[in-house]
Design a binder for this molecule. Sequence first.
Ligand code: B12
Ligand code: SF4
Length: 527
Amino acid sequence: MEVRKVRFVEPGNLPYRRSPKNLYTYERYIRNPSIGLLTLATVVHGVVPDTLMYSESISYVNWDDVYDADIVFIGIFTFNANRGYEIADRIRERSDALVVMGGLHASLNYPEAIAHCDYVLLGEADESIRDFICALMGSGQDEGSSWRGGGSQGTGVRYIDFSNFPGLVYSATNDAGDPHIVHTGNPKPPHNIDLIPDRDLLYRYRKMAGHSTLWPQVHASRGCPHSCDYCAVVRHFGHRVRTRSPENVVEDIRQAINFHDRRLMPRFSKVCWITDDNFFADRAWAISVLKAIIASDINYRFTIQARYEVGLDDEMLDLLKRAGFIELAMGIEFIEDRDFETYHKKCSNEEVIRAIHNTQAHGLNVRGLFIFGAKHHTKGIGRQVAAFVEEHGISGVLLQSMYFVPGTPVYEASKGRLLHEDWSKCTGHVVHWPDNMRPAELEQEVIEASSLIYSKKNLWRKLLRRPWIEKVLALGEHYWHKSIRSDMRKELAYLKELENQTFQQQLAVQQLAVQQLAVQQLAQALQ
Ligand code: B12
Ligand code: SF4
């Protein structure tokens, strides 16, 4: 197959539309593009020069250009999966391009994804994507290729034998002509992830990068040794921690900052986000990266995601502070030990509180990431979380209702409780029937927590007392949460409708049971 042009598409939930709001609030959520997909575009660009990525988070898409490609790669997380399928169906309808899907959601849900594309390439595709393209181009024997099988026996894609290409899913028919899905085995994680994404390969990214809600972001390591029941990340990236070299990470940070800062428009939030799920899992490596940042000429502010343990590590906290970190986004998730136990999150409330205060004592803010809708949560959880945030001086929060991705233990355990599988609602909304509340009541609890934490009083307090950068962030967050709450209030009507439907169904089942009992009793009386 001739591969002359390759396009990558990141579906947007919600897709980009022109609006003056983009200048500051950028429409309801931070719209950073997928660095994973951009990394793959960078790899493919080395093989096929006419490679470009579109992200619906960043700009409109030139669809004619996409239809004209030979291969279109689409990457999906859960929250944008529906839009991804819509796009894939549309491309298959209107063009001859080969459509390949991948990413976390497609990998964990390949039977669903393959219905919308020609291939699903599973797992981390940093190396396999190159092998895949080389195979399509004819040989599969590219220099540096780890795949030595296949080879084309004809001129079209259909003649390529992919049966021993690891980590691939496609549809086929057996000898009797019955369709079935072929899964060629688990994907092999890449050996080397030392790659800096070429940000110019993303259409209009350079133009949009000055917007204050698009942040420089760098992903430095993958994998996590833990196994929290609700976590899809560890099911996708595995338990083995893999890292990029400190030099490579520092260079990526430098490029990311320059890319976002060289604008005429002033940036309100000069903060770079290290997006690793568990940056501190390999302690010695984390220390070497922080030391490399300190030794470099980079003078910037950073935020990073963390488990509570780092908050008890004085050496690490000192290094973070010296390297320019202003905040730890701590996966606190719950405020009661029984919830940690239920979902196999190894930590305790006491440890978390100690970690929060120790982090703050080192001059770093703590942002809290919380999950609502755990098994033991009851009405009032919103107020409890808000009180916890207030009591422990947590500077900002991400609140979201638990969601359930096929492949995670919570999904398996809660199948009967799911309200629907409309993935586009997996942006923090309630998607299950909680144990001790109705769904709309839980959604209301999240709204309650958000309005208490982001009250006008708290905003004024931050505006008066905090340093300049935090004032700006506080203002942005205040309005961000306001718009999230407005979305959630709209969702309430939908959840109540679902509740009504469920009540009607239950009522109908009960009425049927009563009628059947009456018929049985009548029959017995007549005998
Ligand atoms: C940065 C980030 C963001 C950024 C940017 C998101 C983006 N466009 O990528 C922003 C701030 C916008 C964001 C927002 C949200 N996020 Co977020 N985010 C992340 C984070 C921390 C890092 C993403 C990343 O760079 N990963 C590293 C790269 C290397 O991995 P990757 O993107 O998966 O790509 C690799 C492979 O998957 C594969 N691959 C990827 N695409 C494709 C495509 C093809 C064709 C192929 C073959 C392979 C392939 O190859 C890549 C290279 O190895 C992830 C956690 C994580 N570890 O991924 C959460 C994560 C993606 N976010 C998540 C969530 C829930 C959200 C929000 C809903 C949060 C909220 N309540 O608002 C919002 C959604 C916003 C919306 N659009 O509605 C969840 C999604 C869970 C799921 N099942 O999908 C994650 C996984 C976090 C978690 N702990 O669960 N997020
Ligand atoms: S610690 Fe974080 S990344 Fe690791 S399994 Fe738990 S939730 Fe997932």
